[in-house]
Write a protein that binds this ligand. Structure first.
Ligand code: BTN
Length: 238
């Protein structure tokens, strides 16, 4: 296993902001930033990520040497590694919801936010931020959520979860099996095959989710049989 550098904070504005500074200043691949509390935790689509004590909040800085249109695979690998970790440690059966959520019986347990910097057509860094509900009791309000503690009915160690995640994530992102990630994600997802409403910053697309294409976009067939692809958005299942 890689010898990770981990920066731990009791409190921070957002692990994404600190990770960005580290990445800009040339930190190593797989540098990790964790915080017990985030004062300004950030979610996807410019939402807040409520981050009280008890949850697991961290960002991994990656410096991948891959084509920039393949970077999204790391997001899928991260959600798969979270699902594998929950299964391994707690026998929790997690499913993946496009684009980056981990769900347990329809309730969100984990959200993933990523930020990329491209320099001259190459990835300079790709930061993946993960918020997992562990022992925290309050969740980002607008979503139907659940925590590890609610499922196991006892307090669980966030550090143990982080360590197991990092091992699983490293295995999943091994270049030798990188190509398998999309099919593995598809096998564990709850989005394809259902009816969805995807809200992007400026439009909403409704229809049957039929696939994920090679760029990670969700392929939707609308009511008038038009095929649409969405690369990023909030996905609601019917
Ligand atoms: C989502 O909207 O579902 C993504 C939530 C991502 C939250 C994590 S917590 C650690 C990292 N720091 C942040 O400010 N956000 C991400």
């Amino acid at each position: 296993m890689t010898n990770y550098t981990i920066h731990n904070f009791d409190e921070i504005d957002s692990t994404m902001n600190y990770a960005k500074q580290l990445a800009e200043n040339g930190c190593e691949n797989f540098t990790v930033v964790t915080a017990k509390i985030q004062k300004n935790g950030r979610g996807r689509l410019e939402r807040k990520w409520f981050s009280e004590q008890g949850g697991l909040y961290f960002t991994v800085v990656l410096k991948p040497k891959i084509a920039m249109d393949k970077a999204f695979v790391y997001n899928f690998a991260a959600s798969l590694a979270i699902a594998a970790t929950l299964k391994q440690l707690f026998k929790i059966d997690a499913k993946l919801k496009w684009p980056n959520d981990v769900h347990i019986s329809g309730k969100k347990i984990c959200g993933i936010l990523s930020e990329i910097k491209i320099d001259k057509d190459k990835i300079d860094y790709f930061n993946i931020g993960i918020g997992l509900n562990v022992n925290n009791q309050n969740f980002s309000s607008e979503i139907n959520s659940v925590s590890v503690k609610q499922l196991t009915e006892k307090r669980e160690s966030a550090i143990k979860i982080l360590k197991t995640f990092l091992i699983n994530f490293e295995k999943k992102t091994d270049p030798k099996r990188f190509d398998k990630i999309i099919s593995e994600w598809k096998q564990n997802n709850i989005t394809i095959g259902g009816f969805v409403k995807v809200k992007t910053v400026n439009k909403t697309i409704e229809g049957a989710a039929i696939d994920i294409d090679r760029s990670g976009a969700l392929v939707i067939v609308t009511d008038n049989f038009t095929v649409k692809k969405v690369i990023c958005g909030d996905c609601f299942h019917d």
